[in-house]
Design a protein around this ligand. Structure first.
Ligand code: ATP
Length: 214
């Protein structure tokens, strides 16, 4: 099964990396693929350039063979839409390979506002990860979709190429990229919230308003 975790990774932090490792183990796959998005259609512009975010991500996964980075959305012109990425992956991986995309309950709650969202279950499975304090609204399209397509086990995802939704509640670290950017801009240290290699690169390149001192 090919498992993708999309996001802005602005910057990547231990919350993302822990989630990816937990997913790799819970899903029984060799690898989880992190997919940084170029121009996120549903949110404010990121604080660092695509090239900076990609370099930080590559550094973060360098020592972890179970994680890899797919930069296809950064090399595509214009906005990144998940359905386009999944269509490309489906063509590359063929009709039978299970593909699963991971989304937090925060993102999945607004799933029916994603471009071409109805096509997504025809291309991939969806793994919805419970974010603390963000439940799906009871009477929502997202909840209806979950009820209709809910997977009862991880094995079901391995047995079919697409179409199921699995709800998971892995332990999550209470870390957000927003909190890290705010700390850096205030002159506070974000150390231990993200890999040291990523922090040193942020310092070296003066990202997120950092003054360049480690
Ligand atoms: P921001 O604070 O800028 O909104 P973020 O830290 O939430 O960023 P994203 O790049 O938007 O990070 O997240 C990428 C993916 O990782 C999303 O699916 C998101 O739900 C998930 N994620 C983000 N932070 C955590 C965390 N601490 N633990 C687990 N998953 C997380």
């Amino acid at each position: 099964m090919h498992v993708i975790l999309g996001g802005t990774f602005d910057p990547v932090h231990h919350g993302h990396l822990r989630l990816a490792v937990e997913l790799k183990e819970q899903l029984g796959v060799d690898r989880v693929t992190l997919v940084p998005c170029h121009i996120p259609p549903h949110r404010a512009q990121p604080g660092a350039s695509s090239a900076d975010r990609l370099r930080l991500l590559l550094q973060a996964v360098a020592a972890e063979p179970g994680l890899e980075v797919d930069d296809r959305e950064l090399s595509r012109d214009g906005a990144s839409f998940t359905a386009d990425t999944l269509r490309q992956l489906r063509e590359e991986l063929g009709p039978r390979m299970p593909i699963a995309m991971v989304v937090g309950t925060d993102a999945f709650a607004a799933f029916d506002r994603w471009r071409d969202w109805q096509a997504i279950p025809e291309l991939a499975h969806i793994i919805v990860v419970q974010r603390p304090g963000v439940d799906l609204p009871a009477a929502s399209e997202a909840m209806a979709l979950l009820a209709a397509r809910r997977a009862r086990s991880v094995q079901q995802l391995h047995d079919r190429p697409h179409g199921l939704i699995l709800a998971l509640s892995p332990p999550l670290l209470d870390i957000s990229a927003t909190g890290i950017r705010e700390r850096i801009a205030r002159g506070c240290s974000p150390r231990y919230l993200l890999p040291d290699s990523v922090w040193l690169d942020i310092c070296a390149h003066g990202l997120y308003g950092h003054n360049g001192e480690a």
